[in-house]
Design a protein around this ligand. Structure first.
Ligand code: ARG
Ligand code: ZN
Length: 468
């Protein structure tokens, strides 16, 4: 193309004569350029989970749920703060139909592509500007398959006119638009309206019930920050059973109507457990606690914040201790990246054993831990430190993960280990952690450089020898 150089020369000349300043001037301005946020936060396992450019402070989910048909409709009101000069941003939402999106009450243009809902701002936002997004939406939520489990799906589940939500790790986006990554925790108001006589349990505190005659609205308030995978709603034929715990934490369980007596007995020592963990680690992080037990088997339990979800076959003392311990480690102190699930599961598993140690003695614990050690070594259980999507919740994550903590305890002694637990908890409560934070805190509290020692437990293919 011979004409291109001629054209460029002409443009260059025109620029000199007429001046190109007006065209480029906006770039020279002191005002920052407004840029779109990214479609992910860079999670090594789930690159598209979460979004950058803003930080959510509060979600208000106002949903009418038709439990006969499993159809929801309503709105998500999302109060957030821009973390950069922002021209557009994404939310994560899979399935459902979006009717309208407004930002600061101005209608906006939105585009959907897979799990990404991209919202273009009519008025760009300065960094740190607060803004309110309202997404009006509805539809029949479809839970997401789990690569590790074929009997449970992530997100909004519906079975036998009962709804339960178990979203770890990615399922929250199956029922509301969300910045779907634990690095953006937020508080929540859940306003759920259902036909009588269904009962709605959710995260936090039941602050109000509004009777509309045929329908009833349940308003649940989660006042402490929560990762999206821990949001839950349970709708069904449940009985609320309240007891008062030792630590001023109201305990309210939700049991299937015909299982109340038996399950009340199984969960009777929950208050004692709360007192035990509060003494050991630090004050219980939330206002209330309880479990919701499904009327059908799940083969599964999940530590959903302040209201753990249980299949009836999981209602044992050990699993109760495990899901409760997650309220401290997992929920208040949360993994920052999904390839480090041991930070949740290793802690909950070890703390579950500590409850048994409290009841049955140190020898019982040591014997149990040695049995797991032999089993793990025999099975060549891979190191738990970094995991892939198909093994986020493998036996290594739980049991070798628990061994990381037991090994640390054997190495530094009980006193320093308890101090480590309390320091690590106090420091990262309401936030997120990486394995590096864990190691740095262990080094600091022990006054030793334990990096190599802990790295071996976390990353070596072979299990290191038991200390001493
Ligand atoms: N965090 C749960 C627990 O151990 C288990 C979750 C398993 N999740 C999964 N998607 N496979 O209490
Ligand atoms: Zn767990």
């Amino acid at each position: 193309m011979k004409r291109l150089p001629v054209l460029l020369a002409f443009l260059w000349l025109a620029c000199i004569l007429v001046g190109c300043r007006p065209i480029v001037a906006p770039l020279d301005d002191a005002a920052p350029a407004f840029l779109p946020g990214e479609a992910g936060v860079g999670d090594p396992v789930f690159p598209l989970l979460g979004n950058s450019g803003y930080d959510v402070l509060h979600y208000t989910l106002d949903l009418n749920v038709d439990v006969q048909r499993n159809v929801i409709s309503g709105s998500a009101t999302i109060l957030a703060e821009a973390t950069q000069p922002l021209s557009a941003f994404n939310l994560d939402l899979l399935g459902m139909t979006v009717e309208t999106v407004t930002v600061n009450e101005a209608p906006t243009i939105f585009v959907r592509d897979g799990q990404e809902l991209t919202i273009t701002l009519t008025e760009p936002l300065e960094a740190r500007a607060p803004f309110t997004t309202v997404v009006v939406y509805g539809g029949a939520p479809e839970a997401l398959a789990d690569p590790e489990l074929d009997f449970i799906s992530q997100g909004w589940n519906w079975r036998d006119e009962t709804v339960f939500v178990v979203s770890e790790p990615a399922g929250a986006m199956t029922w509301y638009p969300v910045n779907n990554h634990p690095t953006d925790k937020a508080t929540y108001t859940l306003r759920i309206t259902v036909d009588e006589p269904h009962v709605v349990a959710a995260n936090g505190v039941l602050v109000e019930e509004i009777d509309h005659g045929d329908q009833r609205t349940y308003i649940w308030e989660m006042a402490q920050p929560m990762a999206s995978y821990l949001t839950t709603v349970a709708i069904g034929d449940f009985v609320r059973v309240e007891t008062q715990a030792a630590e001023n934490v109201l305990i309210r369980h939700y049991f299937p109507t015909n299982e109340v007596e038996q399950l009340s007995r199984v969960f009777a020592n929950t208050g004692e457990m709360i007192a035990f963990y509060s003494d050991l680690i630090g004050e219980y992080p939330f206002d209330e606690y309880g479990v919701v037990v499904m009327p059908f088997a799940l083969g599964f339990a999940l530590e959903t914040q302040t209201l753990s979800v249980f299949g009836p076959e999981m209602t044992t003392e050990g699993v109760n201790a495990h899901e409760l311990a997650h309220q401290w480690f997992g929920n208040a102190v949360t993994l920052a990246r999904w390839d480090q699930t041991w930070l949740n599961e290793g802690f909950a598993t070890y703390l579950q054993r500590l409850w048994l140690e409290h009841k049955l003695g140190r020898e019982f614990l040591d014997k149990g831990m040695r049995q797991y050690y032999t089993m793990l070594a025999g099975a060549s259980a891979p190191p738990p430190g970094i995991v892939q999507e198909d093994s986020l919740f493998s036996i290594s994550v739980y049991e070798r993960g628990a061994w990381v903590l037991h090994a640390l305890r054997l190495k530094i002694g009980d006193e320093l280990f308890w101090e480590f637990l309390r320091t690590y908890y106090a420091r990262f409560k309401d936030g997120v952690v990486t394995t590096d934070d864990f190691i740095a805190t262990a080094n600091e509290v022990s006054g030793q450089d334990l990096t190599e020692f802990l790295n071996a437990w976390l990353y070596d293919v072979e299990m290191p020898p038991i200390p001493e």
